[in-house]
Design a protein around this ligand. Sequence first.
Ligand code: SF4
Ligand code: FES
Length: 255
Amino acid sequence: MKSALNLTLRIWRQRDAGAPGAFANYPAENIPTDCSFLEMLDIVNERLVAKNEEPIAFDHDCREGICGMCSLVINGVAHGPERATTTCQLHMRHFTDGQIIHVEPWRSNSFPVIKDLIVDRGAFERIQQAGGFITARAGSAPDGNAIPIPKGDADLAMDAAACIGCGACVAACPNSSAMLFVAAKVSHLALLPQGAAERTRRVLGMVKAMDAEGFGNCSNYYECEAVCPVEIKSSTIAMLNREYSLAVLKDTVGK
Ligand code: SF4
Ligand code: FES
């Protein structure tokens, strides 16, 4: 395998949400295969700055697959061609010499473009604020076995808690549905005793906020599951639907 690649990038450039955007070509020559995708963009940007050209704006924070900020659609796939991998953990060895790579922002009306490849994912924050937390002061961590939790529930809650809120599920869905994200947040708290007290209020509030932000409904395309970098399962959406139905019933007939 070559240790450096010559690539052509077709990057979406857009001044802001109101401006028209378009692809522009950039050569990316002599890129080490050990680079991550974001490091490759850093190299391209350094070269643009050296030529007094406007660098490409893109989002990132941890670069460790934890924060969910690195939101890029690479050759039509949110987070790129490797399964269960965030863009910041995607390495250039997965590309081939001479390849043309298209790079776009998340596409969803609910995630307006701020600039180039950066979108505003404040909609996710607002959904989270609508109940996706436990209001009781939890204090310091109790002993591991002080609160008995069935192993199956603990495992499911941990799987759901892995969601990093990146929004790839929205970007991949033809309906711009945020249901995988909301399902992960609702179910991880609903499965644990600490989350039980606010279970009904939480799911009603978060689903209401999700709808108000303009996200579409799930219609079983499973694209969300295919691109999720932490492998949240689409079966989590079934848990959300069950939580929501029960909450509506409780809300209607009383507890
Ligand atoms: S469910 Fe997966 S794709 Fe969606 S926000 Fe969470 S981590 Fe990202
Ligand atoms: S930059 Fe934090 S997950 Fe990629």
